[in-house]
Design a protein around this ligand. Sequence first.
Ligand code: ATP
Length: 235
Amino acid sequence: MNKPILKLDKISKRYKKIEILKDVSFAMHAGDIVGLIGLNGAGKSTCMKIILNLLYPSSGEFYVNDKIITCKQRDYLKDIGMMIENPALYEYLTGYQNLEILSSMYPIEVTKEKLLNMLEKVGLKDAVNKQVKNYSLGMKQRLALAQALIHEPKILLLDEPLNGLDPQAIHEFRQIIQQLAKKGVTILLSSHTLSEVEKLATHIVILHQGQVKFNDTMNQFMLLGKRSIHLRTAD
Ligand code: ATP
C-alpha cells in the first residue's frame, strides 16, 4: 500500500488535567475521504487544529508525507486547505470579491481566470457577482470551500461543512467533494452524524470522548454493522 499522506500517531492533548484527545491514531492516503465522526466535544476540531499546527499535542506525533511535523514547521501548510465551522465572509461583497481578497493574502499569483474557475468548480458560476448576503447557506459553504481551495491543497480539512444545509445543498456539496477526491485531494471531513458522511466517506474514524473507537474502511464499517459500532461508542 502507498505511504499515507497524513498520519496521526498516538496524539494526546491535555488542558491542565483534562484529557481532550487520548492516543488518537489514524492515517489518510491520497484520494481518501475520511469521515471523522463524533458528538459535540468529542475532539474533532482539536484534531484539525493540531494538524494545522494551531495547537500543539501534549504527546504523540503527526506526519505529512512521512515527515514528522514539529511545532516550528509551517512549510507543509501550503499543502493543506481548511474550511472552518461557520466561516466568516464579507456579506456586502460579491462571491468573487470575497475570493479575491483571500487570494491576495497568499504568496502566489492567482489570476482572475483561476478565481472564476474555482467559483465554477463549486457551482457558483451564476452567483459570481452577487453579494454574499444574498447567498443561501449552501452557497456560502461552497464559497468557503472555494476559499480553502485557492492554493490547490493536496489535503483538505472540512470541519462540519454540512451543518445546517438542506438535503439539496448537502447533495451538491457531496458531489463537489467527490470530484475533488477523484482528482487526488485527500479529505478529512468531520460530522456529528454518520448519515451525513456515509454516502461519501471511504474511511470512517469514530471519536468518542477523545478516543478513537473505530478506524477502518467504509466497507469494513458496513460489514461490522453500524449498530455494533454505535454500541461501542456509547460504552
Ligand atoms: P463540536 O462538534 O461541538 O465542534 P468537537 O468534537 O469539535 O466538538 P472540540 O472542539 O475538539 O470538539 O473540543 C473537545 C473538548 O475540548 C470539548 O470538551 C471542549 O470543551 C474542550 N476544549 C476545547 N478547547 C479547550 C480549551 N482551550 N481549554 C479547555 N478545554 C477545551
